[in-house]
Design a protein around this ligand. Structure first.
Ligand SMILES: CC(C)(COP(=O)(O)OP(=O)(O)OC[C@H]1O[C@@H](n2cnc3c(N)ncnc32)[C@H](O)[C@@H]1OP(=O)(O)O)[C@@H](O)C(=O)NCCC(=O)NCCS
Length: 187
């Protein structure tokens, strides 16, 4: 079963079929797809159903987390960890619906899932990559203690366009030394 994490303002837990209309509404605008590789635009209900159907399987097989970010019960975004067991590493990903930008929610959600990842999955390192130019995402990563590790020209491709990427990482040792990644209790 996917975990349920709580933070000061948010609950992070499994998507349910009832989330589909809210998910599609949040992803209707192009601003999320513009900065993410996997999210298409337009984003349809069929895209949402397919994506949610994979969550339980991805968790069961690889321990991958895709968690809904909820504010007072309302879906506002997604945060996730994609695990590569061979090197005890995970890739952090997140998006927040545009009406909720700038309130610290991505930072709060990402910090919680990173703490959970280190404490529950025996990870050595968590990485995250963002499109060059996505300064807000870089700022989120800096705020939760990640270090910028590199610039990767024409490193990814979306809709026939090559994309420059910026990579960030946080080792277990660095996370422990900050003392800021206190584990978020599960309910
Ligand atoms: C990136 C994203 C998740 C940030 O969500 P959010 O909830 O607004 O993030 P937070 O409020 O926690 O923090 C955002 C930080 O970026 C800063 N920021 C926002 N726009 C910025 C810009 N253009 N340049 C520099 N900093 C910027 C904010 O000021 C804030 O930093 P601060 O707290 O020091 O002031 C959200 O914009 C999003 O979903 N974007 C599209 C999808 C995406 O980029 N996902 C990440 C893929 S790697």
């Amino acid at each position: 079963m996917l975990p349920r994490l709580t933070t000061a303002r948010l609950v992070l837990d499994a998507y349910t079929p009832q989330d589909l209309p809210a998910l599609v509404a949040l992803l209707r605008t192009p601003e999320i797809a513009a900065w993410t590789l996997a999210i298409p635009h337009p984003f349809t209900a069929a895209d949402g159903e397919r994506w949610m159907a994979d969550h339980l399987l991805n968790f069961a097989v690889r321990q991958n987390l895709e968690l809904a970010v909820r504010l007072q019960g309302q879906l506002i975004g997604t945060v996730g960890l994609r695990i590569t067991r061979a090197c005890d590493q995970a890739e952090l990903g997140y998006w927040i619906g545009q009406p909720f930008w700038g309130c610290g929610y991505a930072t709060e959600a990402a910090r919680a899932v990173v703490a959970f990842g280190f404490s529950h999955f025996n990870l050595e390192k968590i990485i995250s990559n963002h499109f060059a130019g996505n300064e807000a995402s870089g700022r989120v990563l800096q705020k939760i203690g990640f270090s910028r590790e590199g610039f990767h020209p024409r490193h990814a491709k979306k809709n026939d366009t090559y994309i420059d990427m910026v990579s960030f990482g946080l080792t277990r040792a660095a996370a422990a030394s900050t003392g800021r990644l206190v584990e978020t209790p599960e309910k």
